[in-house]
Design a protein around this ligand. Structure first.
Ligand SMILES: Nc1ncnc2c1ncn2[C@@H]1O[C@H](COP(=O)(O)OP(=O)(O)OP(=O)(O)O)[C@@H](O)[C@H]1O
Length: 292
């Protein structure tokens, strides 16, 4: 691990099970078989260099560099306002950077946007869905947009709703979904075109523990089959358990990146995070908040 110089680790060392799998068998609902990726696993899944974004005077992302090895389960952590969502939005073609280069499996995102978008599945934090569609319609719409046949989309939609425990809610309007159900249907939309790289902004927020465990299984299966997952999360325990790589971002820059072990340096990820980021207050808050 090094400061502002992410370690590039051979993904084969951390994901010895990765293979170039074949296409989905639509009758399977085993998470390990779900939607295997379509590209080879050579080179980084995502490479970011010199990424910069300003909003007026505010520099949200500041000359950021990050390398995400193929086949890794990569956690992105940072305090509120660190620039995680802005970075991921630019990396996935949703927001144009002011400067910098981003490649997904060697495809320059902002020079070949359509090709890059085929490679990536995105679950954005706070982006509105077409919530006047039913769950089934929404996933079908996402699948058809990516150019698949109706039969394939129908099969995959069925598989995904089943996997995410949404089969009985397939006919319900998304606007009537709970927050956790909405997250899950958005994840189904991100998966339906069988991307090589999944980018998930806060995927576990509002999701119940059983569904969260199911989603983790799906993501583990996706990584084992050769896919790459990037998750941004504030849940340090979860990131430490789930991710083989992690980057700590603050004020739009990478403070530390590498394997989770390298970044933790023997501490818990949470302690290391606080050490790197600072800002921990001592004391019990203002006196008027104490009841006795
Ligand atoms: N559209 C916008 N207009 C103006 N400022 C923005 C915009 N989007 C983000 N910012 C600012 O950029 C900075 C980075 O925001 P961003 O949402 O990327 O942080 P984050 O790390 O995802 O935070 P959180 O963990 O709280 O979700 C913040 O200071 C935020 O106020």
């Amino acid at each position: 691990m090094s400061l502002e110089d992410p370690v590039q680790t051979d993904p084969v060392q951390t994901n010895s099970t990765q293979t170039n799998s074949t296409q989905t068998n639509s009758t399977q609902t085993d998470p390990a078989q779900v939607l295997p990726p379509v590209t080879d696993a050579h080179g980084p899944a995502l490479e970011i260099r010199g990424l910069t974004k300003r909003f007026g005077e505010k520099v949200a992302v500041d000359n950021l560099a990050l390398t995400v090895p193929s086949g890794s389960f990569y956690g992105l952590v940072g305090p509120n306002g660190a620039g995680k969502t802005t970075t991921l939005s630019m990396a996935t073609g949703l927001m144009r950077p002011d400067a910098g280069d981003i490649t997904i499996h060697g495809v320059n995102v902002w020079q070949d946007l359509i090709k890059a978008k085929r490679l990536v599945g995105v679950l954005s934090d706070g982006v509105r869905l077409f919530d006047r569609l039913t769950g089934t319609q929404l996933v079908t719409y996402a699948g058809l947009l990516s150019g698949m046949s109706r039969e394939t989309v129908a099969e995959r939609t069925h598989d995904l709703l089943n996997l995410l425990d949404l089969e009985s809610a397939g006919g319900t309007l998304v606007v009537d979904y709970s927050a956790g159900m909405t997250k899950k249907i958005a994840l189904a939309c991100a998966l339906v075109h069988a991307p090589s790289l999944l980018v998930l902004d806060e995927p576990f927020e509002s999701v119940d523990p059983v569904s969260a465990a199911n989603i983790r299984d799906i993501l583990d299966g996706f990584v084992k089959s050769g896919g790459t997952v990037i998750v941004s999360s504030h849940a340090m325990d979860l990131v430490q358990r789930m991710c083989d790589h992690v980057a700590v971002i603050a004020q739009g820059r990478v403070l530390a990146a590498g394997t989770t072990e390298e970044v933790r340096q023997g501490s818990t990820l949470e302690d290391r995070f606080v050490e790197l980021v600072g800002g921990r207050r001592t004391g019990e808050g203002p006196e008027w908040l104490r009841l006795s």
